[in-house]
Write a protein that binds this ligand. Structure first.
Ligand SMILES: Cc1cc2nc3c(=O)[nH]c(=O)nc-3n(C[C@H](O)[C@H](O)[C@H](O)COP(=O)(O)OP(=O)(O)OC[C@H]3O[C@@H](n4cnc5c(N)ncnc54)[C@H](O)[C@@H]3O)c2cc1C
Ligand code: FES
Ligand code: FES
Length: 489
């Protein structure tokens, strides 16, 4: 059992206790460490000004590094990890790092407020080598906003600096060994007080059984996975989080298993890690993941969190419901499996008992007679929440539609299937007439709301047209045959 958060700040050891477990890494850096290079812009994961790099042992003797938004990550997430900020990039001789040098040479900074965030995001790419082409660099920095320079010079700097990326960090082996020595793998139990002096507790169980028992003992606790929702409850809603249980250090929850017919994704698999496997099921899922938030958010946010938060506008639930997915839940030793669509009962209400948690989601892969499409409609291409999210799976048999699963987000209080539209397709030929009938039937399935993202009329129209688009993309002659007829009367 440990009660101190032990980590490396750069290459210096820190063992801290007595601080609020819901204090953000950004707050700690700027107030306790007086490392003020890392900036606060939005305090909600949107602008990237607070980007830092977290490293952890990769299990093979080296380190795995990723960029995260320090404004919404809690202090205990540092345990057993290395935290790198813009202050740690300076060479011994004071020389700029290549990503900084490239930003200088390409004129990638004006007021400079966003610059440390861009530097750290690019630095993460320089370490890992994950972004090399121009498009990859653009995707890589989609979670960093700059209001005065313009992205052209920043992209140029990124392309130049990351072309030779994949270098890792000097001394990775000894860093990994030091971190391993600092973390005895025991359950972390932290007590502290929030800014108002209210008592708080934090637990980091290290096995499924420890999680089940701890959550059973504190059924009102808040489970924390990637904290990309929960972090905002603190920074934006100033909520008092009394007891928190971190679910991210349990090996089984971070695993993916694959058979010929199914992909099983542990609840704490991050979006970054799930992306490749999902893209292998269908290219639209790869594109969906590319547009899911930003690299920093995808590095923390989990598949389980995207389901368990019960949001009507989460991106993955409609895609998984259309594919045909089961959700595995656990309460103490009891494990039960339900169809994912049955998990969402009503707005803010899911089929989850106190003390019960999501263990994994099991997704059915596509077969030779399946047709699939997933579409995200949002105001911005990158880093935006859906106004409408649609995913369709059709099973063909003898030239007819044998079965249809049409799932939508943003159309109701929960992610839901469109049963009337599905019925309109079942047993019909794969032709325009069938899909026009199904599009009309969507009006029986949904009475969407008007909110700041879209009007009710827009949502219904978009959903109907997505169905027609799916038909056109999947006509016998392939993608996008006649997109000009894309309008429901
Ligand atoms: C800037 C920004 C952009 C975003 N963009 C998108 C987007 O494009 N698409 C999208 O769908 N979402 C988006 N989100 C929302 C969020 O990132 C995702 O929903 C993410 O998957 C949540 O996962 P998490 O691990 O961070 O959850 P957390 O914040 O840790 O938890 C979310 C909820 O799930 C519960 N929970 C977590 N794990 C479990 C478990 N195993 N069992 C039971 N309950 C659990 C928590 O108690 C909490 O109620 C965005 C968020 C931000 C801040
Ligand atoms: S301050 Fe904007 S993403 Fe953290
Ligand atoms: S340089 Fe001013 S916000 Fe980017």
């Amino acid at each position: 059992m440990g009660s101190r958060i032990c980590f490396l700040l750069g290459d210096e050891e820190r063992r801290i206790e007595g601080r609020s477990p819901s204090e953000t890494i950004l707050h700690y850096l700027r107030t306790a460490e007086r490392l003020t290079g890392t900036k606060e812009g939005c305090a909600e994961g949107d602008c990237g000004a607070c980007t830092v790099v977290l490293g952890e042992p990769d299990g093979e003797g080296g380190m795995a590094y990723r960029a995260v938004n320090s404004c919404i990550q809690f202090l205990p997430s540092l345990h057993g990890r290395q935290l790198l900020t813009v202050e740690h990039l300076k060479g011994a001789d004071g020389a700029l790092h290549p990503v900084q040098q490239a930003l200088v040479e390409k004129h990638g900074s004006q007021c400079g407020f966003c610059t440390p965030g861009f530097v750290m995001q690019l630095y993460a790419g320089w370490l890992t080598g994950e972004a090399k082409t121009r498009q990859e660099v653009k995707d890589w920095i989609a979670g960093n906003l700059c209001r005065c320079t313009g992205y052209g010079p920043i992209v140029e700097a990124g392309v130049e600096a990351l072309a030779s990326g994949g270098n890792g960090r000097a001394g990775e082996e000894s860093t990994a060994a030091r971190l391993a020595a600092m973390d005895n793998q025991a359950m972390l139990r932290i007590s502290g007080r929030d800014a108002e002096g209210r008592a708080q507790r934090w637990f980091t169980p290290r096995s499924l059984d420890e999680l089940a028992v701890t959550y059973w003992g504190y059924p009102d606790a808040i489970l924390v996975a990637g904290a990309t929702d929960v972090g905002l409850w603190v920074t934006k809603q100033q909520r008092h989080l009394k007891v928190l249980i971190d679910v991210t250090r349990i090996p089984e929850l971070g695993e993916m298993e694959e058979t010929e017919s199914h992909l099983s994704i542990g609840a704490t698999v991050s979006h970054s890690k799930a992306a490749e496997r999902l893209a292998a099921i269908h290219e639209d899922l790869g594109e969906l993941m590319r547009r899911f938030a930003s690299v920093q958010i995808r590095n923390c946010g989990t598949v389980g969190g995207n389901i368990a938060n019960g949001s009507p506008i989460g991106d993955l639930p409609p895609a998984f419901i259309a594919l045909g997915a089961d959700l595995v839940l656990r309460w103490r030793e009891e494990v039960r499996t339900i169809a994912l669509e049955d998990f969402f009962i009503g707005y803010g209400h899911q089929d989850r008992a106190p003390g019960e948690f999501v263990e994994r989601v099991v997704v059915e892969k596509l077969g030779p007679h399946s047709r699939f499409g997933a579409y995200k409609i949002s105001k911005r291409f990158d880093q935006d929440i859906s106004a409408v999210m649609a995913a369709f799976r059709i099973e063909m048999e003898g030239g007819q539609i044998a079965a249809a699963r049409l799932a939508f987000g943003g159309m109701a209080a929960t992610p839901r299937r469109a049963k009337a539209a599905e019925a309109a397709l079942a047993g019909k030929p794969f032709c325009e007439e069938s899909f026009r009938a199904a599009a009309e039937a969507l009006g029986e399935d949904f009475a969407p709301l008007t909110d700041m993202r879209a009007s009710a009329r827009y949502r219904l129209k978009a959903a109907q047209n997505l169905l027609l688009r799916f038909f056109l993309e999947n006509e016998a002659d392939g993608k996008g045959a006649a997109l000009s007829v894309l309008e429901v009367a």
